[in-house]
Design a protein around this ligand. Sequence first.
Ligand SMILES: O=C(O)[C@H](O)[C@@H](O)[C@H](O)[C@H](O)COP(=O)(O)O
Length: 263
Amino acid sequence: MGKPPNLYSYPSVNELAPQLRAFVLSAQNAGIDHHGSFRVAVSGGSLPKTLAQALLAPGDGSSADTPRFDTWEVFFADERAVPLDHPDSNYKLVQEELLDQIPANLGKPKVYPIDIKYLDDVDEMADQYEKLLVSKFAAKDSVKLPIFDLLLLGCGPDGHTCSLFPAHALLREKAAWVCAIEDSPKPPPKRITLSLPVVTAASRIGFVATGGGKKDILRQIFDTEEGRALPSGLVNEGAAEKVNWFTDNAAVDGVTFPRRGSL
Ligand SMILES: O=C(O)[C@H](O)[C@@H](O)[C@H](O)[C@H](O)COP(=O)(O)O
């Protein structure tokens, strides 16, 4: 492993949000400079709300601090196999929390939800989402893995991230970019998820984990060997200093891994 991941912590989400904004916008600006767009994949859970708080706040007016949503290509790091207007849909959550709230002058992102034609065949749904990534990132035979400019992830109380769950066979997937899961321990059971190699290949990864409910799992992930083998720990291991954890103090209470207060 290269340098360790970065663990940032702030007194509360209100102090975390501007730092998350700076991190996301620096990834956005790097993507635009590099290939003219910003390719980002997001998870569900509590993340979209914190992201909206970060991005929809008024900035300092500089070009570096301005979301350019017209350049955004939004993918899903994981998604549940449900209709797009279903209460369990990550698309619906991201749409309602963030995308619908974007003022018109900041531009409109391109959004890539799952194809609901395949709700009854989650393997096919994963294959189709992989084909979509192939069409957007380059032919699979010309690149080994798609390289997202940024992945924005959450971490569950068992250490899962995306829909990669502890000790699940999907953690060993090496070839697929997108995998189906039919036995997710967190409901609903049928989902698709980016594979671990795609996650760790991203240019940058941001985890957002807040609240006292995360402190036990963060202590495990950062301070113990067993925790390093959990899915979120494997992302830390595989992507090292590309990984940035945005936490509040309650979530890292008792964690001894060195924390930082600013980017
Ligand atoms: O679809 C999902 O279930 C999510 O993508 C999942 O991976 C989530 O990010 C974590 O469970 C953390 O969720 P919280 O932030 O709500 O704890």
